[in-house]
Design a binder for this molecule. Structure first.
Ligand SMILES: *Cc1c(COP(=O)(O)O)cnc(C)c1O
Length: 384
């Protein structure tokens, strides 16, 4: 769409044209099933192997530690339910946070209905958990700690390395939902001490409906899908070959452009925040300071006092600007965001907050236009 200013990259991203190019042959000419022995099957198996290597490379992981799934939601479900099942004999207690994505929170709710106990950690006003509270929450029957790498609404980056270190000191496994962080900031599974990591293709310029779960070598894990022996017997079903080729290419591209994109997005993030706050009265930042390392480079979440986000979003849309009022997964419901509530926002302020998530194709001119459009919208709504 021409003239569209897309600032909702945390909801989804467009496929990079190079990703689409890489995927195309695998729909038609090269349609073999990777489990077959003849040449077009073997070619597909080789392409899947290559994608696994591309992803492993970006994480400092081994290809055998990457398992393809249908996306972030499946990866989160598998990590939580899989560990809950495989470690049931050790205990029935898991620790997570109040600001996780619904894919984690709803998996936890399901486990609670099935005899598991969950501790939901609080976060501070910037959205970070406390390591001492984490340590206090660990019990002899704790089997998993699941803390997101970075939050999808306010962009807070959690102290993942210290969380992993704390978990391991107590012999507990650590899972991280890295769907927002992977491809946006540097992640090393080995150096960070991560046992399980979820990621999703469509959040880093790859296709929708494909993701992966990193499972550190040696971790026993109940399978998520029962059936054939694909994914080394751990996730049955004929591989989504075009999707896998696409996510592999997207991972390689993201790895190669990471530093440049981070710099560019952080600059635009600061620029947009500073200009909005200079031009519009009564605007406050939700979450860590824009431009700081505690925040994802592309995320900006602002509260416009007295400006209903849903109304503002529709006015922005009419001017060709895409932003988000709450996360896509919770919008449509009238309850204020659980993330903003957890960092201490009032229900009123939470409902007056907009998320702008910047991506690789955005420009400074676009930011200027957004400041103007949001300024006009805020003024109209406030003067009603
Ligand atoms: C988008 C998102 C998910 C879900 O991923 P899908 O691939 O859309 O299922 C999970 N966690 C976080 C933090 C996300 O941003």
């Amino acid at each position: 769409m021409s003239g569209l200013i897309y600032l909702d990259h945390a909801a989804t991203t467009a496929c990079d044209p190079k990703v689409v190019q890489a995927m195309l042959p695998w729909f038609s000419e090269a349609y073999g099933n990777p489990s077959t022995m003849y040449s077009i099957g073997a070619a597909a198996a080789k392409a899947v192997r290559h994608a696994r290597e591309q992803i492993a490379q970006t994480l400092g992981a081994c290809p055998e530690e990457i398992f393809f799934t249908s996306g972030g939601t499946e990866s989160d479900n598998w990590a939580l339910k899989g560990i809950a099942q495989s470690l049931a004999a050790k205990g029935h207690h898991l620790i997570t946070t109040k600001i996780e994505h619904p894919a984690v929170l709803e998996s936890c709710a399901f486990l609670e209905k099935n005899g598991y106990e969950i501790t939901y950690l609080d976060v501070d006003s910037r959205g970070q958990i406390s390591l001492s509270q984490l340590e206090e929450a660990i019990r002899p029957d704790t089997i998993l700690i699941s803390v997101m790498y970075a939050n999808n609404e306010i962009g807070t980056v959690e102290p993942v390395r210290q969380i992993a270190e704390t978990a391991h000191r107590h012999g507990v496994l650590f899972h991280t939902d890295a769907v927002q962080a992977y491809g946006q900031i540097p992640i090393s599974a080995a150096e960070d001490g991560i046992d399980l990591l979820s990621a999703s293709g469509h959040k880093f310029y790859g296709p929708k409906g494909i993701g992966f779960l990193y499972i550190r070598k040696g971790i026993a894990m109940e399978r998520f899908m029962h059936g054939g022996s694909q994914e080394r017997g751990r996730r049955a079903g004929t591989e989504n070959v075009p999707g896998i080729v696409g996510i592999g290419m997207a991972a390689e591209l993201a790895g190669a452009s990471l530093e440049i994109r981070m710099q560019k997005e952080r600059k635009l993030q600061k620029y947009l925040a500073e200009n909005i706050m200079r031009e519009i009265a009564d605007v406050t930042v939700n979450g860590p300071e824009p431009g700081s390392g505690e925040r994802l480079p592309g995320n900006l979440n602002l509260c416009f006092a007295g400006v209903r986000a849903e109304t503002a979003m529709i006015m922005l849309d009419m001017q060709g600007v895409c932003a988000s009022a709450g996360s896509a997964c919770t919008s449509g419901s009238l309850t204020p965001s659980h993330v903003l509530t957890a960092i201490g926002c009032s229900a009123e302020d939470a409902q007056c907050s907009l998320r702008f998530s910047i991506g690789q194709e955005n420009t400074q001119q676009e930011m200027d236009r957004v400041v103007q459009v949001i300024g006009n919208a805020a003024e109209k709504i406030r003067n009603r």
